[in-house]
Design a protein around this ligand. Structure first.
Ligand SMILES: Cc1ncc(COP(=O)(O)O)c(C=O)c1O
Length: 349
């Protein structure tokens, strides 16, 4: 199945039972470059510092629950997720993935919570800080390759030659179920926003979402188009050094691009996720790419407003500011209600 058909009530249901769970804040900042901007701040999500916590932990939990059902013939109950019996059961499972940092933290955290093991492949581009945090979570870290794509290949090989379970956040023909679960976990963000906007009775006119392989953008776009009462424009923001989703859109097929290394490390993915690409194709989104310089400028603006993030985390704002600078868009904004929403996707390292 290369279609994205999430059951969005399931991750929310599991999270409601989790003591670490709280909604991430929706902030309204006045006058960022003359604009009022809604900011969904994911930088403290589940104590892991990024929205990715929602995907990897949920996917680990679900894959283990699937295995439990297969072995015992019974559905795992909500109470059993935190039982010693389930931890003992999970101890024979090892999750393997490649990561630009945050997905690995989420998978390692999920493995730790439920008693499984994790092996995380990091390319040489991934900052050492991530490696340290992963080791603190008892994950085995393997430095694999020069680029994110090389670390993905190494993780696939590792899983193919061991008993490990590959839990990638990207997807391709023949490999879609685990990454779809990761994306299903992210639906919580749009779900929370639906509740937050309904409560304040205001809605964004435009949503800017940064993308690496596209899982976050596709999950958000799906949820917005299915469930939000007021429909915004959706703009997917990529690094100009890794515009795999807009290139895929132009070509009409999930594509790999070439490019130098971007300072937006977590967005520097050269291959689009197939499931994400298919979902975005149905969601009527626009694409925008930004430079490293623009992402650094956006990071500074957020810092001036007491939001600490990285160029990857500030990329949505960089996209918004880039679009706003164009004369045509400024004219549009003067005539129309322009209430943009951005997502700050990670904390400063
Ligand atoms: C901080 C941050 N922002 C955005 C993204 C992009 O998410 P996706 O790869 O699902 O497009 C990532 C992915 O790792 C990330 O870590």
């Amino acid at each position: 199945m290369t279609e994205f058909n999430p059951n969005y009530t399931t991750p929310q249901h599991l999270l409601n039972a989790c003591p670490m769970y709280e909604k991430s804040p929706l902030i309204q900042l006045k006058s960022i470059a003359e604009l009022d901007v809604f900011i969904k701040d994911e930088s403290h999500r589940m104590g892991l510092g990024s929205f990715k916590a929602l995907g990897g932990i949920y996917a680990v939990a679900t894959l283990l629950a699937d295995k439990w059902l297969k072995v015992t013939g019974k559905k795992l109950t909500l109470e059993q997720y935190s039982s010693i019996e389930f931890k003992n059961f999970s101890s024979s499972s090892t999750f393997i993935c490649a990561s630009a940092g945050n997905h690995g933290l989420a998978v390692a955290s999920g493995a730790k919570i439920f008693g499984a093991k994790a092996i995380i492949h990091l390319s040489e581009q991934v900052p050492e800080e991530f490696e340290k945090r992963l080791i603190n979570m008892f994950a085995v870290v393997v430095r694999s390759g020069k680029t994110y794509e090389e670390s993905v290949d190494a993780a696939i090989k590792d899983a193919n030659t061991s008993n490990g379970i590959l839990l990638a956040d990207g997807s391709w023909e023949g490999y879609t179920y685990p990454p779809s679960l990761v994306m299903e976990g992210y639906t919580v963000i749009a779900n929370e926003l639906l509740e937050q906007f309904t409560r304040i009775k205001k809605w964004p006119s435009h949503v800017f979402i940064q993308a690496g392989v596209g899982g976050l953008a596709a999950s958000m776009a799906y949820m917005i188009r299915e469930y939000w009462q007021q429909q915004p424009e959706i703009i997917v923001v990529e690094s100009e050094l890794a515009p795999c989703l807009q290139t895929s859109h132009r070509k009409g097929a999930s594509t790999t691009v070439k490019g130098a290394v971007s300072i937006m490390g977590r967005l520097d993915c050269k291959s689009a996720s197939l499931v994400a690409f298919n979902a975005l194709e149905k969601a009527n989104v626009d694409y925008l790419s930004i430079s490293d310089k623009e992402s650094i400028a956006a990071t500074r603006i957020l810092q001036e407003n007491n939001i600490s993030t990285t160029p990857s985390g500030a990329a949505g704002l960089a996209g918004l500011l880039k679009l706003y600078k164009t004369v045509r868009f400024k004219t549009y904004c003067a005539k129309n209600n322009f209430n943009p929403l951005i997502i700050v996707t990670e904390n400063k390292l």
